[in-house]
Design a protein around this ligand. Structure first.
Ligand code: IPE
Ligand code: IPE
Ligand code: MG
Length: 257
């Protein structure tokens, strides 16, 4: 008798998601774009709970890109308020669930109050081990790489490092996601097939999964489909699709009420 691998062996260690489609979701309902962002925050909560239940080690969510400042002022300010409210409301729950929160991106452009809130949340959850939740806010992949180059150049200038010592490994240690495994699955919702300046360096070997589902509609079912597709592409352990399907059925999903 053959023993099938556990779900744990088949789920990706690190999932990154470009959460796109909030505006269109709202428009379809005749509402303002900001209504879509609020619904999007609920989808974030679901995705985090799903990752936690199914043993994903890191979840990286693209919440606000360095290019998103160019959106109408009102939309940006609603997004900032939402970010603040969600941080305040959810940190306790994240902590109770042993989830470590980190914010990746250039947070210096945020209000002093928001920066303080971020620091408090990161410090409170720093020692948690079940899941690392990285929220990319004012993040850009090119910025991340340029920033790493700057840090290394400074070390060379300070004579702590020789330029000949710079390797891909050393470079990666300067990036925002240093110390975490690179995402093995990168999901984008909302139907566009581009990376939009997300984790450029770390996406080098990620499986890319594009779905037309708009972010506020992304639920356990759609998350499971992405994971099942990932497991199929990986063809780990030389299993048949039927065997994979049977393991995938053990993914813990919840029926939305
Ligand atoms: C993604 O949804 C959320 C953010 C970029 C903050 P969008 O706001 O881009 O929604 P669409 O793509 O316009 O539908
Ligand atoms: C990407 O979505 C950024 C986030 C999901 C935060 P956008 O809607 O901003 O990307 P483009 O403009 O379609 O490339
Ligand atoms: Mg968009």
């Amino acid at each position: 008798m053959t023993t099938l691998p556990s779900l744990q062996q088949l789920v990706p260690k690190h999932v990154a998601i470009i959460m796109d489609g909030n505006g269109r979701w709202a428009k379809q309902r005749g509402k303002l774009r900001t209504f879509g962002h609020k619904a999007g925050a609920e989808a974030v909560r679901r995705a985090v709970a799903f990752a936690r239940r199914n043993g994903i080690q890191s979840l990286t969510l693209f919440a606000f890109s360095s290019e998103n400042w160019q959106r109408p002022e009102k939309e940006v300010s609603v997004l900032m308020d939402l970010f603040m409210t969600v941080l305040k409301r959810e940190v306790k729950k994240l902590h109770e669930n042993n989830i470590k929160l980190t914010i990746i991106g250039d947070t210096t452009r945020f209000s002093e109050r928001l920066q303080r809130q971020i620091r408090t949340a990161e410090e409170k959850t720093a020692a948690n081990t079940a899941l690392t939740l990285n929220i990319a806010a004012n993040y850009g992949g090119q910025w991340d790489i340029a920033n790493a180059a700057k840090a290394l150049a400074q070390k060379v200038e300070d004579k702590q490092l020789r330029s000949s010592d710079i390797s891909t490994e050393l470079f990666a240690q300067q990036l925002q996601l240093a110390g975490q495994p690179s995402p093995d699955l990168l999901i984008r919702t909302g139907g566009e097939c581009r990376i939009s300046n997300f984790i450029l360096w770390q996406a080098a070997y990620a499986e890319l999964y594009f779905t037309p589902v708009l972010w506020p509609d992304f639920d356990d079912q759609t998350f499971s489909q992405a994971i099942a597709e990932f497991a199929k592409r990986e063809r780990r352990f030389g299993l048949t699709s039927e065997q994979l399907d049977s393991v995938m059925q053990t993914l813990e999903t919840r029926v939305e009420e």
